[in-house]
Design a protein around this ligand. Sequence first.
Ligand code: NAD
Ligand code: AKB
Length: 316
Amino acid sequence: MERILVIGASGQIGSELVPELRKIYGDENVYSTDLKEPAEEEKQLGPWAILDVLDTKRLVHFVIRHKITQIYHLAAVLSGNAEKIPLQAWHINMESLMNILDLAKEIPEITRVFWPSSIAVFGPTTPPDNSPQLTVTEPNTVYGISKIAGERWVEYYNQKYNLDIRSIRYPGLISYKTEPGGGTTDYAVEIFYEAIKNNKYECFLNENTYLPMMFMSDAVKATIDLMTADKEKLSVQSSYNVGGISFSPKEIYEEIKKHIPNFKISYNPDFRQAIADSWPASLDDSVAKKDWDLKYEIDIQKLTDIMLKGVKEKFA
Ligand code: NAD
Ligand code: AKB
């Protein structure tokens, strides 16, 4: 029987991944943990705890006490916030990962770990269109540097200690359940809230900034598909490219305008433009498709429909 620990579970991904894991493994076997308390209604749905991934002693104690067999480590400082507190972000992103990797090495009951990487591992010297799985990775952001270092450590631990740590380079994730935590792709969520609230949006990226994006249900499915795939089929021991769909602020604006004809957009790029400019416009994820049958269901039209409905319901 699997007993799953999700760290950083109250964030954008965790809040949607935990319910799906509970459907598979049983409510009582999935521990939702974060620095923050979950909402009251979430507390009734399964075990939860306040847990700081940097608190090594408590972490070890928690894992042993609850007989944890799999860890999903989602706590991190994202790209926009990381540029404001570079050393702190480096410390949080790296120390937390090293704590988890060492735990997996020391506690044999932990059989599998998930840790997300990002399109941020790529940099200005990466071929920007259809960036291959294996290519130049010279990120120039603190967040990207922490993710590429993380990927190297993941591969090292997998090979050196024969562990099973799996990872996806997520694109920008779009969802309405929990607001995103300070990244560069956050505009693609904010735009829906502002369209519904104010009929206008000032975008912090230029109109023609193309980035890879993905709706959360596809990201959660991809995560679970990777984590339940046969180990022998996995040819990548660091992190898999997952490309999703590629669009620009202008394109998502035009989709929203089909539903809200008087919606207006203006562009006022800030420091996040340079981050976005250093990332690819699209990724080649053929290796993930071949190894573990990666698939997507949500295109830009469906994504727009679902987001508008979801955000409207939230406001209602
Ligand atoms: P988020 O910021 O929404 O959530 C992170 C959660 O971690 C927060 O709830 C926060 O309270 C918690 N946390 C922070 N420090 C912690 C600590 N010391 N101990 C325990 N919990 C702590 O982030 P997210 O969007 O859910 O991202 C999860 C992971 O996926 C991160 O590693 C991120 O880099 C990666 N990722 C996210 C995206 C995206 O678009 N959301 C894209 C690529 C990669
Ligand atoms: C961010 O913009 O920082 C994240 C990511 C793509 O890693 N959404």
